[in-house]
Ligand binder design. Structure first.
Ligand code: AMP
Ligand code: ZN
Length: 112
């Protein structure tokens, strides 16, 4: 399903022009508008899911994780990368279409 007023649905399904870093039948990746690191790419499913809680298909979950590895490779994240999925209010989620952040290109602060 695609949601009418969802910005990431529009990007992922070509309604808003955007240069994709990576694309498969189910998933696209594009650079974050407000990057927090030299490499900051978002991976989103083409179908609309508000959060990771709404995805029950293990194949889609696997495809999203494979996209993480591919994007890190394509973007040249040689020294490693961080993967973040902000979920709902306490997770600091701002866009309610599931997305995975891939951050790299500088040493990110430890979470601990
Ligand atoms: P969050 O929901 O907090 O995980 O983060 C949403 C992310 O989407 C932020 O890092 C924004 O900079 C990014 N963002 C919002 N709108 C766009 C857009 N049109 N294109 C690319 N990135 C976007
Ligand atoms: Zn959407």
């Amino acid at each position: 399903m695609i949601k009418e007023d969802c910005i990431f649905c529009k990007i992922a399904n070509g309604e808003i022009p955007c240069k994709f870093v990576y694309e498969t039948d189910d998933v696209v990746a594009f650079d974050d508008l407000n990057p927090q690191a030299p490499i900051h790419t978002l991976i989103v499913p083409k179908q609309h899911f508000e959060t990771i809680e709404d995805v029950n298909d293990p194949e889609l979950l696997a495809k999203l994780m494979l996209a993480v590895k591919e994007v890190a490779k394509i973007k040249g994240a040689k020294n490693g990368f961080r993967t973040v999925i902000n979920t709902k209010e306490d997770g600091g989620q701002e866009v309610f279409h599931l997305h995975i952040h891939v951050l790299a290109g500088r040493k990110l602060k430890s979470l601990g």
